[in-house]
Design a protein around this ligand. Structure first.
Ligand code: NAG
Ligand code: NAG
Ligand code: NAG
Length: 282
């Protein structure tokens, strides 16, 4: 953690000049998303979205920094929990922008900040998940800090999209700590409530739209299928994901009745459809 708050590269010679430029940019027509398209992505979440924030802590703890991770994209391990692209990369490409720089690499130069910033870190949860990774609230604190430091302007935020990708670490943490699936189910309302308030916070910071993912069929992931030779999904875990998704949908409808600033990205249906096409997994 930094001692000083504003340690990002200075694009402007002084704060004074920065604020003049900021004013100039604010009145610029390019600040209106209707005239252009959204060109920055701010990402919060866990390993589904992390593109390099998790420290390299050795092969045992952080596989994402070692082959075969990263071999098909971007060509070498970069801290992505995938051999290829993660969600952040796909969403950025749909927006027509480059994948935003991981917060951890933000000092590489001002150019890397043009596409937003990725605060997601593998292992994170909405709440603390016992592995010292920044929870969602702390990730949002970092965006606020970047704004306060003048790295991103009001105009930048107006042209930006936020993404919240939370994939179940809160549930796996509590289930293993308490050795109880029930404890994970019990936690659903508080997780969803916290997600809702975190989304509100991102919007209140000035981000124009927020994309939130729902939970994939947890019971069809290797963690659950391994014990069955990868031939069957865990029904209870899948049910947990559905309960979460239903609660999430309801919370979103309270948050944004017009559905214009909060968008649900459904990961569950496509994932389940693919898995269902494999014989014996329906
Ligand atoms: C997030 O983490 C910080 C630091 O550990 C903690 O103070 C805060 O309560 C956490 N937030 C939530 C919602 O758990
Ligand atoms: C966890 O719970 C299961 C079922 O309730 C029980 O069989 C098992 O012994 C427990 N494991 C531990 C480590 O407590
Ligand atoms: C998994 O496969 C192995 C080898 O084919 C077999 O011996 C074992 O019984 C299988 N286990 C389950 C749970 O199906």
């Amino acid at each position: 953690m930094e001692k000083t708050k504003c340690t990002t590269p200075l694009f402007f010679p002084s704060i004074f000049l920065a604020s003049i430029l900021l004013l100039a940019r604010e009145t610029d027509a390019s600040c209106n998303p209707k005239r252009g398209s959204y060109n920055k992505l701010f990402v919060f979440g866990d390993s589904f979205a992390d593109t390099g924030n998790l420290g390299k802590l050795g092969r045992e703890f952080t596989h994402c920094w070692y082959v075969p991770y990263g071999t098909t994209f971007p060509g070498k391990p970069t801290g992505r929990f995938s051999n290829g692209r993660v969600l952040t990369d796909f969403v950025a490409s749909f927006m027509g922008v480059r994948s935003p720089v991981p917060y951890k690499s933000r000092k590489a130069g001002s150019k890397v900040l043009s596409y937003g910033m990725n605060f997601a870190v593998g292992g994170a949860g909405v709440f603390d998940t016992g592995n010292f990774q920044r929870n969602l609230s702390e990730q949002i604190d970092l965006l606020k800090q970047q704004i306060d430091c003048g790295v991103f302007s009001v105009c930048d935020l107006k042209m930006s999209v936020g993404m919240v990708a939370v994939s179940g670490n809160d549930y796996s943490y509590v289930a293993s700590r308490k050795n109880s699936t029930e404890a994970a189910f019990d936690m659903i309302p508080s997780v969803v409530k916290q997600i809702k308030s975190d989304i509100e916070r991102v919007l209140n910071l000035g981000v124009a739209k927020v994309i939130i993912t729902n939970l994939h069929p947890l019971g069809c992931t290797p963690y659950f299928t391994r014990g069955r030779n990868f031939t069957d999904c865990d029904v209870l875990a899948n049910m947990g994901a559905l309960v979460h998704n239903t609660a999430l949908k309801q919370a979103l409808s309270q948050l944004d009745r017009t559905q214009s600033s909060v968008l649900l990205l459904d990961l569950n249906s496509p994932f389940y459809d693919i898995v269902s096409q494999v014989k014996g997994l329906t």
